[in-house]
Design a protein around this ligand. Structure first.
Ligand code: FAD
Length: 487
C-alpha cells in the first residue's frame, strides 16, 4: 500500500481587508504548498478600502477616496506582484488652495537632492507668510535632527510648540499635512507618527511624496481583481462568513462551520478582535495580547462627501484645501462624467464639532467650493451623500503606539495583522499590507518550527522603504547615537 503524503498545513486568515489579503498573497507566493482559507464577513473582501453601489447610476463609488504615496513600497509591491499596478495613477505635484490666496503648486525639484528638493516648492506656497516659511524650515530641520525614538511619548502639538511653531503655522502647514495623512489632529497624534509622515513621506527620498490615486473603484481593485489573483493561486476565499470564535485549540468557528487550522492569522480591526476570543478558558487567556486595551484604542472618523453636479466645477484631478472645512477635493478618477460630474470632498479627523450637521456641512463645503472654483458658481448640485465611518482609523496617540501589538503572539499558532498592529506606520493601506506580511512571517516561523530551528527575521517578507538620498542620509538622524556632531 502506498503511503499517503501528509496533508499540507492549513492557515486560516480571519478578515479579508488589505491586511488579511496581504498575508494570503505573501503565503501563497512564498509557500504555495500551504492550504490557505480567508474568511471575510462582507460580500466582498477589501475591508475599509471598499466601495458601495450608487443606486442612481449602478456604478461603484468608493466609500471614501483613498490615496497612497510614493513611499508606500509594500502596497506598490503587492500590486505589482499581482499584476495590478497599472490601476494606480502617479501624480508628482499637488495644488494647495487657500480662500484668500492664489493657488500654490507643490512640486519637489527633480534636480536638487533630497531634502533640498523641497525648499523651492515650500517657498512657492503663497498662502504661507515669510515668517511661517522660516518657522517651517527650522521646524523641519529640527525634526530631521531628532531621532524617532525620542518622540514616541510626545504629542505633536507639544513638540511643535517647543519647536517654536506658532499657532497659525501649525494650522496652515503641519495640521494640513498631518491631519490628512494620520486622520487625526496634532493635538492628539504622536510626534513619532508625524515624523514618519514628514521625513519618510516628504524629506528623505525623491518620489516619496508622489500621490498614487486608484483609477478603478476600490471594490474592483481589491475586492475583485486582487481577490481573483489570490483565488487563482489557490487561496480559498469565503466571503459572507463572519467568524464568531477562534478557540484555544486553533479552531475557527463561523455560524455554519468549524475549521481546524495549524496556524491562524487574525486580521480583523482592533474594535472587533476581543469578541473572537471571549470564550477562552481563564488559564489560557493570559497568553493572548491585552485585548481589552486593544479594544479601547480610540478611533478617528473620516468623512467622504460625495457630490454630483450638472456641470464640471474644475478640471483639476485633486486639490488640497487649506483654511476650510473641506481638506481635499478629488475629481472622479473613473466612471462616466457625461451626465453627472462627480467630485468628492474628504475631511479627516471629522469629529462632529468640526463638521456639524449634515446640512451645515453641505452648505459650508458648497460655499467653499464656489469660492475656490468660479465654475462651481454656475453648477447645480444634483445630489450629495455624506459617508462617515466613525472607526475609519485608529487615533495614533503616544499611548496607543505603546500598546500596538506585534504580529507574533505568545500563542504560537496565532498571529495578528491589521493596520493597528505594530508596523511603525499610521493607519494606512501601506500599514495594513506590512502587517499582513509580518503576520505571514510569524505563521511561517510557527509552521517550520519542527523542521527548522532558525526563525525568519520578521521583516524578511517586507519590501524595503525608499532609500534616502545621500545628502538626506547624512542630515537625517535615524537613531540617538548617530550624528551627535550636528546637534
Ligand atoms: C474613510 C477612510 C479613508 C481612508 N483613506 C485612506 C487613504 O487615503 N490612504 C490610506 O492609505 N489609507 C486610508 N484609509 C485607511 C485604510 O483603509 C486602512 O488602513 C486599511 O484598509 C486597513 O486594512 P485592514 O485590513 O487592516 O482592516 P480592514 O480594512 O478593516 O479589514 C478588516 C476586515 O475584517 C473583516 N472582519 C471583521 N470582523 C470579522 C469577523 N468576525 N469575521 C470575518 N471577517 C471579519 C471586515 O469585514 C474587514 O473586511 C482610510 C480609511 C477610511 C475608513
Amino acid at each position: 500500500m502506498t503511503k499517503r503524503a501528509p496533508a499540507p498545513p492549513h492557515v486560516a486568515i480571519v478578515g479579508g481587508g488589505l491586511a488579511g489579503m496581504s498575508a494570503a498573497e505573501t503565503l501563497s507566493r512564498v509557500h504555495p504548498e500551504l492550504r490557505l482559507t480567508l474568511l471575510e464577513s462582507k460580500r466582498l473582501p477589501g475591508g475599509r478600502a471598499g466601495s458601495y453601489v450608487d443606486p442612481q447610476t449602478g456604478g461603484e463609488v468608493d466609500y471614501c477616496q483613498h490615496a497612497a504615496m510614493g513611499c508606500c513600497t509594500n502596497l506598490i509591491d503587492l500590486l505589482q506582484a499581482c499584476g495590478l499596478e497599472q490601476h494606480l495613477r502617479r501624480d508628482r505635484s499637488l495644488t494647495f488652495l487657500h480662500p484668500d490666496h492664489p493657488p500654490s503648486r507643490f512640486a519637489p525639484s527633480r534636480w536638487l537632492p533630497p531634502p533640498l528638493h523641497l525648499l523651492r516648492t515650500l517657498h512657492a506656497q503663497r498662502y504661507l507668510s515669510a515668517r511661517q516659511k522660516r518657522e517651517i524650515r527650522s521646524g523641519l530641520w529640527k525634526l530631521m535632527r531628532t531621532p524617532v525614538d525620542t518622540l514616541r511619548n510626545c504629542r505633536a502639538h507639544q513638540w511643535l510648540s517647543d519647536a517654536r511653531q506658532s499657532e497659525d503655522t501649525v494650522r496652515d502647514f503641519w495640521d494640513v499635512i498631518l491631519v490628512s495623512a494620520l486622520g487625526e489632529h496634532t493635538r492628539r497624534v504622536s510626534m513619532a507618527a508625524a515624523r514618519k509622515v514628514l521625513i519618510d513621506g516628504f524629506a528623505a527620498s525623491r518620489g516619496a511624496s508622489d500621490v498614487l490615486v486608484p483609477i478603478v473603484p476600490l471594490a474592483d481593485l481589491f475586492g475583485r481583481q486582487l481577490a481573483s489573483e489570490l483565488t487563482r493561486r489557490g487561496v480559498e476565499i469565503q466571503s459572507g462568513q463572519t467568524v464568531r470564535q477562534i478557540t484555544s485549540e486553533a479552531r475557527v468557528i463561523t455560524s455554519t462551520q468549524t475549521l481546524d487550522a495549524d496556524a491562524v492569522i487574525c486580521a480583523v480591526p482592533w474594535h472587533r478582535i476581543a469578541e473572537l476570543f471571549d470564550q477562552w478558558p481563564d488559564g489560557r487567556r493570559d497568553a493572548l495580547p491585552d485585548l481589552p486595551a486593544i479594544s479601547a484604542i480610540p478611533s478617528s472618523p473620516i468623512t467622504g462627501l460625495h457630490l454630483w453636479f450638472d456641470s464640471p466645477i474644475t478640471p483639476m484631478d485633486h486639490a488640497v484645501m487649506v483654511g476650510t472645512v473641506a481638506q481635499w477635493l478629488f475629481r472622479a478618477p473613473f466612471g462616466s462624467q457625461e451626465k453627472h460630474h462627480y467630485y468628492q470632498v474628504v475631511i479627516s479627523g471629522s469629529h462632529p464639532a468640526i463638521t456639524g450637521t449634515k446640512q451645515t456641512l453641505i452648505d459650508t463645503v458648497l460655499a467653499e467650493l464656489r469660492h475656490a472654483f468660479p465654475a462651481a458658481r454656475d453648477a447645480t448640485l444634483l445630489r450629495h451623500r455624506r459617508v462617515t465611518d466613525p472607526n475609519s482609523v485608529f487615533s495614533l496617540r503616544p499611548e496607543v503606539d505603546a500598546i500596538r501589538p506585534a504580529a507574533t503572539t505568545n500563542v504560537p499558532w496565532l498571529s495578528l495583522a491589521g493596520d493597528w498592529t505594530q508596523t511603525d506606520w499610521p493607519a494606512t493601506m501601506e500599514g495594513a499590507v506590512i502587517s499582513g506580511r509580518l503576520a505571514a512571517a510569524a505563521a511561517v516561523n510557527h509552521l517550520q518550527r519542527d523542521t527548522d530551528s532558525s526563525s525568519l527575521a520578521p521583516d524578511r517578507f517586507l519590501t524595503p522603504g525608499l532609500a534616502p538620498g545621500r545628502l538626506a542620509g547624512l542630515l537625517i538622524r535615524s537613531d540617538q547615537r548617530d550624528g551627535d556632531a550636528w546637534t
